[in-house]
Write a protein that binds this ligand. Structure first.
Ligand code: AMP
Length: 433
């Protein structure tokens, strides 16, 4: 299928081609025709699937079909949970509408509202907003939502996680009842289904799994380091790199707690998730991490597997797993479509065998770096650390191919999603805008 066959206007096709997109992604193939038909859409899609173009392109096409009045009332509203996502979606809207005369604007809290008010007064067709600032400006009489034709709720699950349900309900009440609604969510908890039932009319269901973040798209690096210097090294890497979305894996629960404490005392906001933590504590840590209140999440393999952690720019193996396949699961958490992630492993002498096993599974050597002041101990024994359970021993002897890697990735993502849907019912209510 080509973009040309979707029936989008020439101005949009020109923008798509300028972006270098050749074929619509699966979610775009399904969502674009449904939206163009004027249907409500309930889409299950995460970042990395091309979902933003999936709703933005047909939305722009619909707006282009009708003449706007000189006053330019807001005709399309895209609500997002976070400032970061609002800014990202807005960039997409701007790019895709480059060859049209449609005007768009992004508004979110935490910044001076004056420029936002000035732009609103000049008139915009498409508004991308976080709920808090939108309601603030509506209360001040700067925004009217009375002429909204299309509403998009992007990452609706995160909006609920962040306690925006009441704000969403308030915003709905300000819009005409007759409008087109598109709801995008990565997970489908009971709360999301309830929200969707209340908003959508006979929605078309659209589902897409993210593109596999293949091992090839991930930059892998090994730091050979003395065991006793790992904590200082990881803290240095995070602070020097100014990284703020880092998933760190440790082999043990105790190790996760200890490392987390050390990071906190070095001024890094960190939380640990593992089997000894209550579900409440885990979901709270995850919500903090997703909303960027926590920069580093320290996790054990099992704990991380049950959670829907978005794809991240950095994954660090504080210790290598003794099961080679777990390494692939771990690093599969990094990388996004169109952008590669970085997977770093801190490897001490006693992990040499694990590293070799992993390299055998991958069919490639991982480049090694040694940082001054953090050199490996030349006298340390290379005898492997005591292995955990028998299950692991057995699995580590399996040989993998690139195909089996893909299936590992898929299985892991799917199970994360369903686990997350179940745990969503007890999400902490916190707000950030
Ligand atoms: P999204 O899931 O909307 O965050 O998009 C993820 C990435 O995929 C972004 O960098 C988009 O620019 C890119 N993208 C979206 N649609 C396509 C496409 N049809 N072909 C190639 N890249 C795309």
């Amino acid at each position: 299928m080509s973009f040309n066959s979707l029936g989008l206007s020439d101005a949009l096709l020109k923008a798509v081609s300028k972006q270098g997109y050749e074929t619509p992604s699966p979610i775009q193939q399904k969502a674009i025709p449904a939206v163009l038909e004027g249907r409500d859409v309930l889409a299950s899609a995460q970042t990395g699937t091309g979902k933003t173009a999936g709703f933005t392109l047909p939305l722009l096409h619909i707006l282009l079909q009708k003449q706007t009045s000189h006053k330019r009332p807001i005709r399309a509203l895209i609500l997002t949970p976070t400032r970061e996502l609002a800014a990202q979606v807005y960039e997409n809207v701007k790019s895709y509408s480059e060859f049209t005369d449609l005007r768009s604007l992004v508004i979110f809290g935490g910044v001076n509202q004056k420029p936002q008010v000035a732009s609103l007064n000049r008139g915009v067709d498409i508004l991308v907003a976080t709920p808090g600032r939108l309601l603030d400006l509506q209360n001040q009489g700067v925004i009217s939502l009375k002429q909204i034709e299309i509403l998009v709720l992007d990452e609706a699950d995160r909006m609920l996680d962040m306690g925006f349900l009441r704000d969403i309900e308030r915003i709905m009440a300000l819009m005409p009842a007759k409008r087109q609604n598109l709801l995008f969510s990565a997970t489908f908890s009971k709360d999301i289904k309830k929200l969707a039932n209340g908003i959508l009319r006979k929605p078309v269901l659209v589902e897409a799994t993210p593109e596999n973040s293949t091992v090839d798209a991930i930059t892998q690096k090994v730091y050979r380091v003395a065991k006793g210097k790992k904590t200082d090294l990881i803290i240095k890497l995070i602070l020097d790199g100014n990284w703020n979305q880092v998933l760190v894996f440790t082999r043990t629960k105790h190790g996760a707690n200890k490392l987390c404490k050390k990071m906190i005392s070095s001024g890094i906001t960190a939380a640990a998730i593992h089997g000894n933590k209550s579900q409440g504590a885990r979901t709270k840590a995850l919500a903090g991490f997703k909303s960027s209140k926590i920069s580093v999440l320290v996790a054990t393999d099992i704990a991380a597997r049950g959670l829907d952690i978005p794809l991240l720019p950095h994954v660090i193996n504080f210790e290598l797993p003794n099961v080679s396949e777990d390494y692939v699961h771990r690093i599969g958490r990094t990388g996004r479509a169109g952008a590669s992630g970085e997977a770093i492993s801190l490897v001490s002498a006693d992990e040499t065998t694990f590293l070799r096993d992993i390299e055998k599974l991958l069919g490639e050597r991982i480049p090694v770096t040694i940082l001054e002041g953090f050199e490996p101990d030349p006298n340390a024994s290379t005898k492997p650390i005591k292995q955990g359970q028998g299950r692991n021993q057995q699995r580590s002897s399996k040989k993998g191919t690139s195909n089996s890697r893909k299936s590992i990735d898929n299985t892991s993502r799917k199970s994360n999603r369903s686990n997350d849907s179940r745990s969503n019912n007890r999400r902490p209510k916190s707000r950030r805008d």
